[in-house]
Design a protein around this ligand. Sequence first.
Ligand SMILES: Cc1ncc(COP(=O)(O)O)c(C=O)c1O
Length: 405
Amino acid sequence: MTPASREEASTLDDKDPLARYKAQFDLPEGVIYLDGNSLGPPPKTTLARIQSTGEVEWRGGLIKSWNDAGWIDLPKTCGAKIARLIGAREDEVIVADSVSVNIFKLAAALCAQAPGAIAYHTDEFPTDGYILQGLSNLTGAPLMRLAMDAGHDAINSDINVLVKSVVHYKTAAVADIAAWEQAAAQNQAAIIWDLSHAAGIIDIDMHAAGARYGVGCGYKFLNGGPGAPAFIYAERHAAATLNQPLSGWMGHAAPFDFAPDYAPAPAVERFACGTPPILSLSALDAALDMFADIDIAALEAKAKMLGDLFLARCSALGLESISPAPSQRRGGHVSVRFEHGYEVVQALIAHEVIGDFRQPDLMRFGFSPLFLGYRDVWDAASMLANILETEEWRTAKYSARSKVT
Ligand SMILES: Cc1ncc(COP(=O)(O)O)c(C=O)c1O
């Protein structure tokens, strides 16, 4: 039941089994952070790990730490922890590079296997389309742009590869992975799932849904830190058939043989390329430990309730939501329209309620259930109501645009 008052919200917090995780984060006092879907905040253990990786492993262990501290295995260690969150096997995920680069590697490998178009929805997160445009220029594979609302019946035999988000970055609509995979299978197409807004917040079972390929970032709900490296999932048997074009030494079967010719590592490890960023990987590794005993279905359910609460308050303010209604499945964020959304978000930030803005008029708010409670969301909505009512957002300083919105 969506709480109808601040008291009811507090009562829900008192009964919430996930509430205990909040103390594990190092959030500034008084901040209500509704941007964990963009950059997760630091878990305390992650900050400690960053310190010890620098001081103990790097300063103390020097180059020995590649072996002694397990640095060389971190891409796989982190991958195994992420695998559990997305319904993959432990040896089917590695952490490397960025989402953009990982899309390139997977899509290029799939393009080399079969002819046909590479496709994406026009409203997809822009980098996904940009990478496919670059790949199309490079390989000559035709590019196909699907309409925003095209369903899985848009997959036809002209398509070889489709890149598609599991959770849409603006609306938080959740794709029916199994239905898309079924349509893809009927047309011998492959889907690369962008799990950036899905991993660590909604219950996903890639295997059960028949999904073979995926990518996602480490810095959103996984709380791996700014610019945390991304992950890549490739089903074991499918991965072993793929030749990815960035055939760097870290994807070699035996990097320290220094052999003159490239020989790919088994399965998903071949998608590694160069030397892994150990400081960032250590941070991500520590952040992932928090998920070890968490039931992702419970996370999804709480995120949904927090989002429902916020949307109910927004609706009372006359704000139009572009996100799925309470009766539908939704990711961990919501977006509402307001012509001066940028200014309103800046005013909220000035009052320590942090969300973000997406062009052209969307105020986007994320509901990470690990550090947000129902009362936090109630209070954030009250602040939003106050800023709209008083028109505080009209204050001149709020319209100055920063580079990052
Ligand atoms: C859905 C989605 N895909 C890709 C990216 C970008 O990933 P990267 O910067 O790691 O290439 C983002 C970033 O916010 C995203 O939301």
